[in-house]
Design a protein around this ligand. Structure first.
Ligand code: URP
Ligand code: ZN
Ligand code: ZN
Length: 470
């Protein structure tokens, strides 16, 4: 018995079409004119008045990651359950290379952490924090044999995972030969460390100083430098992660207009939140909102949020991911009491990306098609998962979300919140739409506000090369 999703509107980057969708086993097998799909012998889900979209793909998550003197609060089980609740059917998590240790050991550790735990399909990007000859060779091996085709580097965090310009250039040259995608955390960490030390010396220790010591200009400068290095390395595909600043967006837009293979990612936190009302909350509450790059001020000389929405609309930004890196307030964010530089960096949000970007559709910031493109289809294409993932089409995995535009979602602890966190940065946010059904490879994970998934349903995905350039 298969499943017929009847009378819904299927959304893809190229348009919206009323169609019946037939799922058999793990795959979508056929699309029909509405009302003509075969009902006999199949379960029928009536999607009248609803959107039928591909399962979301979150290409930037941190599960079970040791960071900032603690370990993020979601492991592969809790994090992927929250993902499923949010209509995310594939996560690409960042496998850590412990500084000074081998890339292969880091990857093996990540496989061990994830195996048998995931509710949704998963893959890894390899983070590289020690870029030496062995790591460069490992990039070739992972690309060719392990289905790990993306690598993240850091221009921030000197003394930890930081790579200097020479190391980054060498990694980019390696990627220009092996076809890997270079992902970059673009902030000038050397300059930031000076500003942090100066602020602490002045007694400026509250969470809000985290933002003031990481100014947008230093995100723009690092983005510019990464783009120049990628050009020198032969126009190697470069993907700038978690973009927060208009200055950085200008650089990506200019590079794209000049024909460079540069792609930008932003995250819901930078589209919805500002420093005001978050990092500047009284007492130590602001710690809940510490992430890097930081939330930007609405009184800045640039309107970062408006520019990022525009960038998404205009395809200057290609992808929305979450950079899900959750910590509890109690005992975790609290590690930084009295010194903002010791607050573990990162926010949780794996569950809320489709919801928060859909709210941008409601507000007129972008189209339904662009919602699907930035959250589902382009991530699949950039990360070598298309057309298995990221599209509703015969032959593709039956990763499907049924979205009801006539219901509402209230985000918050005790409301909709499944991540292992004792708070939500989106507490109280109301979304004008709600997920009805989430299906992963033909198996229903979420339906009518109930969870039917299980740890171990999610399979590791060996990925191909970035096919956006093909
Ligand atoms: O604050 C953040 N973004 N934490 C996660 C690690 C990273 O840099 O992506
Ligand atoms: Zn980063
Ligand atoms: Zn990250």
């Amino acid at each position: 018995m298969g499943t017929l999703i009847a009378n819904g509107t299927v959304i893809s980057p190229t348009g919206r079409i009323a169609q019946d969708v037939l799922v058999d086993g793990e795959r979508i097998v056929a699309l029909y004119i509405p009302g003509t799909g075969p009902r006999d012998g199949h379960r029928v889900i009536d999607a009248t008045g609803k959107y039928v979209i591909p399962g979301g793909i979150d290409v930037h998550t941190h599960l079970d990651l040791p960071l900032g003197g603690t370990v993020v609060s979601d492991n592969f089980e809790t994090g992927t359950i929250a993902a499923a609740w949010g209509g995310v059917t594939t996560v690409v998590d960042m496998a850590d290379q412990h500084t000074g240790e081998s890339v292969y050991d880091g990857l093996a550790e990540w496989h061990e952490k994830a195996a048998g735990k995931c509710a949704v399909d998963y893959s890894f990007t390899q983070m590289i924090s020690t870029l030496d000859d062995e790591s460069l060779k490992a990039m070739d091996y992972l690309t060719e044999h392990e289905g790990i085709t993306s690598f993240k580097f850091f221009m921030a965090y000197p003394g930890a995972c930081y790579s200097d310009d020479g190391q980054i250039l060498r990694a980019m040259q390696q990627a220009s030969r092996n076809g890997g995608l270079i992902m970059m955390h673009a902030e000038n960490g050397i300059a930031i460390d000076v500003l942090v030390a100066q602020a602490l010396a002045r007694g400026e220790t509250d969470p809000k100083y985290h933002s003031f010591t990481r100014p947008p200009e230093l995100e723009g400068e690092a983005t510019h430098r990464a783009i120049v290095l990628s050009k020198v390395a032969g126009n190697v595909p470069l993907y700038i992660v978690h973009m927060s600043a208009a200055e950085a967006l200008d650089e990506v837009a200019e590079a794209r207009h000049n024909g460079q293979n540069v792609f930008g990612e932003t995250c819901p936190q930078y589209l919805h939140l500002t420093l005001e009302g978050t990092l500047d909350r009284p007492g130590f509450e602001g710690a809940k909102f510490v992430c890097s790059p930081p939330l930007r001020s609405k009184h800045d000389h640039r309107n970062h949020r408006a520019d990022l929405w525009k960038g998404l609309r205009m395809n200057e930004l290609a992808v929305v991911a979450t950079d899900h890196c959750p910590f509890c307030f109690k005992d975790q964010k609290e590690l930084g009491r009295g010194n903002f530089a010791k607050i573990p960096n990162g926010l949780g949000g794996i569950e809320h990306r489709l919801e928060l970007i859909y709210q941008g559709v409601v507000a007129g910031e972008l189209s339904l098609e662009r919602w699907v493109e930035t959250c589902c289809t382009t991530p699949a294409r950039l990360f070598g998962l298309f057309p298995k993932k990221g599209i509703i089409a015969p032959g593709s995995d039956a990763d499907i979300v049924i979205w009801d535009p006539n219901r509402k979602t209230e985000i918050g602890v005790g409301k909709k919140h499944h991540s292992n966190m004792d708070y939500s940065v989106y507490e109280g946010t109301i979304i004008d739409g709600r997920i009805d059904t989430v299906m992963s490879r033909g198996t229903v994970l979420v339906e009518n506000d109930q969870y039917f998934g299980r740890p171990g349903h999610g399979k590791f995905l060996k990925r191909g090369l970035c096919n956006y350039l093909a």
